[in-house]
Design a protein around this ligand. Structure first.
Ligand code: SF4
Length: 393
C-alpha cells in the first residue's frame, strides 16, 4: 500500500463524509482530499487485480497505436465478444494504416457489415487517409495530436496515448463514469455535461504516471465486469474498501438513473425479391440512417398493409415488374434509439426485368448479404427469407 495507508484506514477516512451525504447532493462540493486519498490507494489495489483478472483480448497483446485505435473504434457501442472476430479480420485485411488508407471505402464497409454504426467505418477510413497524408503513415501517439484527427475524440485519444505510449491521460466512458461516481458517492446523472466535466477532472487527477494504459484498461474492465450498472459485484471488487457508495449501501442508486426514454417504433415493409438464387439489393441514400449501405427494397413511409398494396408499392418503388408478392414474416429489429417492425414480403423477377434493374443502376443481385456493405437488419431479413423459401422454387 502506498504512502503507508492501509485499505481500512482509507475507508475510515471516508466514513465521516459518507454519513453527511454532502457529496451525494452536490458533486462540486466534494472535498479534493477524498480524490487525493483515493489516488494514494486505488491504483495499488486496481492494477494487481487487473493483472490477475483481465480478460484476454487480441488488442491487449500489442502496443501498436493503429491496432489499438481500430479496437477502440470497434468497441464503441459494441460488445467485446462481437468485436473480436471483426478486429481480427480487419487487421488481417488491413495490417497497417497505409493499407487501410489505400483500400476503397467500399471494402472497409463490407468488412464492417453487421458491426453497426457505419459512420465509424467511414471515419476510420478518412482518418487513415489523414494519417498517411500528414504523418507519412506513422500513427501519432500523443493525445493532443490524436484529437486533431477526424473521428478521434478525447476518450479515444487518451486510450491510444496511454496504452501505446504510456502517456498519463485518463479515459472516461460510461463504465469509468459509473465506477468513479460510485467510488466517490456522487449521486449525479452522469450524462449531464456538468457531471461529465467534473468526472473528467477527477479521472485526470487519478490516472497514475506509471502504467497509465493498464490503469485505464483496468478501470474499463472493472466497470464492464464487476461494477455493473444494475448489480455491482462489490464482494469481488478490489476497491470495495475505498468505495463510498458501497460503504453506505447506495451503490444501486448511484449514479442517478436517467428517466427512461420512450423508444419510437418505425414500421416498414421490405421485399426479398429473388431471381434464381440471388436477391435484389438497392442502395440507400447518402444521408440519414445506414447512409450509402445496401438493403432489400424497402418502403419506409406508409408501408403497404396487404398483398395487393404491396404488389403495387414495390413495382412503383423499383419501376419494374415484381411478381408473386406475398408476406412471409414480420421481424423486429432493435437499434439504440428506435425499434423497427418490418413486414417481409417475398417476390420474384423475370430475367429481363432483373437485367434491366442492373442496367439502369437501380439494384444489384447478390447471393449473400456480405457481398455488399449492408446493415444487420438486411442480413437478418435475407436469412429469414432464405429460411422461409428454402425448397420453394
Ligand atoms: S465496491 Fe461496488 S460499487 Fe464500489 S466500485 Fe466496487 S463494485 Fe462498484
Amino acid at each position: 500500500m502506498s504512502a503507508g495507508l492501509t485499505d481500512r484506514q482509507a475507508a475510515l477516512a471516508f466514513a465521516p463524509a459518507i454519513s453527511t451525504m454532502t457529496a451525494m447532493k452536490a458533486p462540486h462540493a466534494m472535498q479534493p482530499k477524498h480524490v487525493k486519498m483515493l489516488k494514494r490507494s486505488f491504483t495499488a489495489l486496481l492494477l494487481p487485480w487487473f493483472d490477475t483478472n483481465k480478460r484476454p483480448m487480441p488488442w491487449r497483446n500489442t502496443r501498436d497505436a493503429y491496432a489499438i485505435w481500430v479496437s477502440e473504434v470497434m468497441l464503441q457501442q459494441t460488445q467485446v465478444a462481437t468485436v473480436i472476430p471483426y478486429f481480427e479480420r480487419f487487421l488481417r485485411r488491413f495490417p497497417s494504416v497505409a493499407d487501410l488508407a489505400a483500400a476503397p471505402l467500399h471494402d472497409v464497409l463490407v468488412l464492417w457489415a453487421g458491426l453497426g454504426y457505419y459512420r465509424r467505418a467511414k471515419h476510420l477510413h478518412k482518418c487513415a487517409c489523414t494519417v498517411v497524408n500528414l504523418y507519412g503513415g506513422v500513427f501519432p501517439t500523443d493525445a493532443a495530436s490524436l484529437q486533431e484527427l477526424p473521428g478521434i475524440g478525447r476518450y479515444t485519444a487518451a486510450a491510444i496515448a496511454s496504452i501505446a505510449a504510456d502517456q498519463s491521460v485518463a479515459v472516461l466512458d460510461g463504465n469509468v463514469k459509473r465506477v468513479l461516481a460510485r467510488l466517490l458517492a456522487l449521486r449525479v446523472d452522469v450524462s449531464r455535461p456538468a457531471a461529465t466535466a467534473r468526472l473528467w477532472d477527477i479521472a485526470e487527477s487519478l490516472v497514475p504516471l506509471a502504467r497509465p494504459g493498464d490503469y485505464n484498461q483496468a478501470m474499463m474492465e472493472l466497470g464492464a465486469t464487476v461494477c455493473l450498472p444494475q448489480s455491482p459485484r462489490c464482494d469481488a471488487c478490489p476497491a470495495q474498501s475505498l468505495c463510498r457508495a458501497a460503504a453506505c449501501g447506495r451503490q444501486h442508486d448511484i449514479p442517478r438513473k436517467r428517466p427512461a426514454r420512450v423508444t419510437p417504433t418505425m414500421h416498414c415493409a421490405a421485399a426479398a425479391i429473388r431471381h434464381g438464387n440471388r436477391w435484389l439489393l438497392v442502395q440507400r441514400p447518402n444521408e440519414g440512417l445506414w447512409n450509402g449501405l445496401w438493403e432489400l427494397p424497402t418502403i419506409w413511409s406508409r408501408p403497404p398493409r396487404d398483398t395487393a398494396a404491396a404488389q403495387r408499392a414495390f413495382c412503383k418503388l423499383l419501376a419494374g415488374k415484381v411478381e408473386k408478392i406475398r408476406p412471409i414474416v414480420t421481424l423486429q429489429h432493435q437499434l439504440t434509439h428506435r425499434r423497427i417492425d418490418c413486414t417481409l414480403f417475398a417476390g420474384e423477377m423475370k430475367a429481363s426485368q432483373a437485367k434491366a434493374m442492373v442496367q439502369a443502376s437501380r439494384g444489384r443481385w447478390v447471393s449473400r448479404a456480405d457481398e455488399l456493405p449492408t446493415s444487420r437488419l438486411t442480413a437478418k431479413l435475407i436469412a429469414a427469407a432464405s429460411a422461409a423459401l428454402r425448397g420453394v422454387k
